[in-house]
Unconditional design. Structure first.
Length: 563
């Protein structure tokens, strides 16, 4: 007698091979049989007409705080994600001494746009060392599994104290200790080390992430720890500045070459250097030809924001008249915003107080119905405004007022320099590339890219008409086995006998994304965009059904994953 039988589906096993009709039998938390006429089960899931895939692996999130205060990990929940990696980009909350808590909170606020008020209310701080942090997480349960990178900034801060905040260079003894501490954290259960080189990543007071000051010798020490203990170096190079991005990739290659560690780095197309990603891929291909395991991590969407009256920023947010309205509850605010005189005043004020948005109107698109992540240039609000002889800000205002004042706008500030996702597709299909950068937990009031797993199977595999698509078996592989194997998540990412029963049952024809909506359910009433999905018949984590027919069941079988 099996515990669960997933019956009658089309199985994509995660290897990239062609799908086949088969049943999947589960006992406890493992897959025990795949085939036909497997026998009776206590529970049967009807998968006729559905895809049956491994659970998705989200390798780039910032849920480091969320895992300490909640069990359903939004906004990743509901998008087939059964394992998530935290600790990316070198920011997090362990190891951390009490005297440094304020700084790591301020750093997370500045780098990942998670308000300090949310973190101050939510973080229980029942740890100091990194092993204690992992022990705390291990005592909790979630609707998905959690694996953790140790944040490089926290390593520096633990070893160097105030000198790390002040941006001082690490001494030889500091570097030795950082390498030793990294090894201790890896042995405690980290799946790697997260780091960043981005100049823009700093506290709101302007203090750079401590990792900005790390040099090659420090990365070599971390790389040696990773090679000895197992684990991945995740790093965000300065991709916004070129040729600095190439120089940093050369450093990354040197670390991998001299230590043998595995590396994944952030890659996207920028508006300033729209072809730089090609040179980065060429350098990566050369390194991989040497035998180095270096992988670009990419997003199959424009980077940017969803803007509306409820988001933390928009073209009117700093206008004096809007600042008077901002403290009001939304419904009361909308009454004032609906007045023609207020519309005229804010549109006029936005010319002076709209800041960078004035230059971004050509990259803003009204969201009407479902979000379209590859709109054409002619659909930009600025183009429509010019055609109608109106200010672009007026069209943004009207888009916000749609749907009873809950309308929104897609702003494409990256990965979309040519108003096409062809570069994103090329990056996605590049040999060795990883799908990631969903940033779940970060920038939560302006993005919801954790839903990119769903749009991969809908837009890229089914709906795209502007160019080539991805084949479903390849897309499933890139969402499952490829990231699981690279991050050392043993026994996950495949549908195979003996593997953990992390499984999705998907009605692919019905699969769709809803419009992101603002939720105020973070600690201290903090807000986050949540994007619901349709078409997930069932999602199983460790053999338990955590979602059925697009709804959370309340089951919490997810746990801390360690190598």
């Amino acid at each position: 007698m099996f515990d669960i039988l997933i019956q009658g589906g089309t199985v994509h096993d995660g290897s990239g091979s062609e799908a086949k009709p088969a049943d999947v039998a589960i006992r406890a938390d493992r897959i025990v049989a795949i085939g036909a006429e497997l026998g009776p089960a206590r529970q049967t899931i009807d998968a006729r007409g559905c895809l049956v895939t491994p659970g998705f692996v989200d390798v780039h999130s910032h849920l480091d705080g969320n895992v300490t205060w909640e069990h359903q990990l939004k906004p990743a929940s509901g998008h087939g994600i059964t394992s998530v990696v935290i600790g990316n980009c070198g920011v997090g909350f362990a190891p951390c001494r009490p005297e440094h808590r304020g700084f790591v909170v301020a750093l997370m606020e500045g780098v990942e746009d998670i308000p300090a008020s949310v973190l101050d209310r939510g973080l229980p701080w029942d740890w100091e060392s990194y092993p204690q942090y992992l022990e705390f997480i291990a005592g909790r349960r979630f609707d998905m599994n959690v694996a953790s990178l140790v944040p490089h900034s926290c390593l520096r801060l633990w070893v160097m104290g105030q000198r790390a905040i002040d941006g001082e260079a690490a001494t030889a003894s500091d570097i030795d200790r950082i390498g030793e501490l990294a090894a201790e954290c890896l042995r405690a259960g980290a799946v790697g080390v997260g780091s960043t080189r981005l100049h823009a990543q700093k506290t709101l007071a302007g203090i750079s992430a401590p990792t900005r000051h790390a040099q090659l010798d420090e990365y070599l020490a971390i790389g040696r720890a990773l090679a000895a203990c197992g684990g991945v170096l995740q790093i965000a190079p300065e991709f916004n500045r070129y040729p600095l991005a190439e120089q940093e990739l050369d450093m990354i290659c040197t670390v991998a070459r001299q230590t043998g560690c595995r590396v994944t780095y952030t890659l996207k197309q920028t508006n300033e250097f729209p072809d730089a990603w090609r040179a980065m891929l060429e350098r990566t291909a050369q390194a991989r030809a040497e035998g180095l395991d270096i992988r670009p991590q990419v997003l199959g969407r424009p980077t940017g924001a969803i803007l509306c009256w409820e988001t933390s920023t928009h073209p009117f947010a700093k206008c004096p008249s809007y600042l008077d309205l901002a403290p009001m509850p939304l419904d009361e605010r909308l009454v004032e915003l609906a007045r023609p005189a207020m519309r005229e005043r804010l549109v006029d004020e936005s010319r002076q107080h709209g800041g960078r948005f004035e230059k971004l109107y050509p990259r803003m698109f009204a969201i009407r119905g479902a979000v379209r992540y590859e709109p054409e240039a002619r659909e930009a609000l600025s183009v429509q405004a010019e055609r109608e002889g109106r200010p672009a800000a007026q069209l943004v205002y009207d888009a916000f007022m749609a749907d009873g004042g809950r309308g929104s706008v897609l702003m494409t500030s990256g990965n979309y320099a040519e108003f096409s996702l062809e570069p994103a597709l090329a990056m996605m299909k590049a040999e060795g590339s990883l799908l990631g950068l969903g940033d779940a937990g970060a920038h939560s009031s302006i993005i919801c890219d954790a839903s990119a797993t769903t749009s991969t199977l809908t837009y890229w595999c089914r709906d795209r008409v502007r160019g080539p698509r991805l084949a479903v078996p390849e897309a499933v592989r890139k969402l499952t086995s490829e990231p699981a194997e690279f991050f050392g998540l043993s026994g996950r990412g495949r549908l195979a006998v003996g593997y953990h029963a992390d499984v999705n049952v998907i009605d692919h024809g019905r699969m769709a994304l809803d419009v992101p909506r603002m939720s105020h359910d973070l600690p201290a009433g903090g807000r986050r965009l949540v994007q619901a999905a349709q078409g997930y018949v069932a999602t199983l984590v460790n053999g338990e059904v955590v979602a059925r027919q697009d709804a959370f069941t309340g089951a919490l079988p997810g746990r801390l994953l360690t190598p």
